[in-house]
Write a protein that binds this ligand. Structure first.
Ligand SMILES: O=C(CO)COP(=O)(O)O
Length: 251
């Protein structure tokens, strides 16, 4: 059985004091980690104090980005070595906002994913199609192309421990969530691609999240689907009550 994983992606939101009061409010109310993995992916500015604050609790902390290099002359980048040293658990890689606004390519995303594993962090690898691609019948081609390139050279063991977030771009921040049937079919397709690139065992092990306008009101419908193992949540992860309600609905 795959353990559910609910991760908040705060994007470029919150100040340090807001981040810390969120953590203080939720950290002791998060369900036990044998039931569900709970994480918040925050700005790199707050990761150190957040990790310190959640020590000994079931809330884990993730970065929203990571470099594909260990260290050196890479102005503005976030070192995976430094993230590991802080005890950060996850790193979001290849979010559609980074693909679109910061021109991240699949090759770069693949390089970051390898580097993240090298340093013992768990990647949350994002994939997803635009509305135009979906309506043009290109969904399968887009997802297969992304995953084939993003996973190139990863071992079976690494992919088994990966989290893939399927996020249709048209559902992100729009309030227009995918129907649970569409989300299930899409997440199943992600798993089928993993099976074709690796094998059934790896496909059975990899956790696939749905992301895009997930909220406490609709998360149960997604989680009832056999190929949806969790959610990557933007807006509804920003408030403590809403984040805890997402977790309560899953445990
Ligand atoms: O992009 C997302 C998570 O990574 C989804 O954002 P929303 O939940 O705000 O639609």
């Amino acid at each position: 059985m795959r353990k559910p994983i609910i991760a908040g992606n705060w994007k470029m939101n919150k100040t340090l004091s807001e981040a810390m009061s969120f953590v203080e409010e939720v950290k002791n109310s998060v369900p036990a980690s044998d039931k569900v993995d709970a994480a918040v992916c925050a700005s790199a500015l707050f990761l150190a104090p957040m990790v310190e604050a959640v020590k000994g609790t079931d809330l884990k902390i993730g970065s929203q980005n990571v470099s594909d290099k260990d260290s050196g002359a890479y102005t503005g980048e976030i070192s995976p070595v430094a993230l590991k040293d802080l005890n950060v658990t996850y790193a979001i890689i290849g979010h559609s906002e980074r693909r679109e606004y910061y021109s991240e390519t699949d090759e770069f995303i693949n390089s970051k994913t390898k580097k993240t594993f090298e340093h013992g962090l768990t990647p949350i690898l994002c994939c997803g199609e635009t509305l135009e691609e979906r309506e043009g019948g290109k969904f399968e081609e887009v997802i297969r192309t992304q995953l084939t390139a993003d996973l190139a050279g990863l071992t079976e063991d690494q992919v088994s421990n990966l989290v893939i977030a399927y996020e249709p771009i048209w559902a992100i921040g729009t309030g227009k969530s995918a129907t649970e049937k569409d989300a299930q079919e899409s997440c199943k397709f992600v798993r089928d691609v993993v099976a074709s690139l690796y094998n059934e065992n790896v496909a059975e092990a990899v956790r696939v999240q749905y992301g895009g306008s997930v909220k406490p009101e609709n998360i149960k419908e997604y989680m009832a689907q056999p190929d949806i193992d969790g959610a990557l949540v933007g807006g509804a992860s920003l408030e403590p009550a809403s984040f805890l309600a997402l977790l309560e609905a899953v445990k």
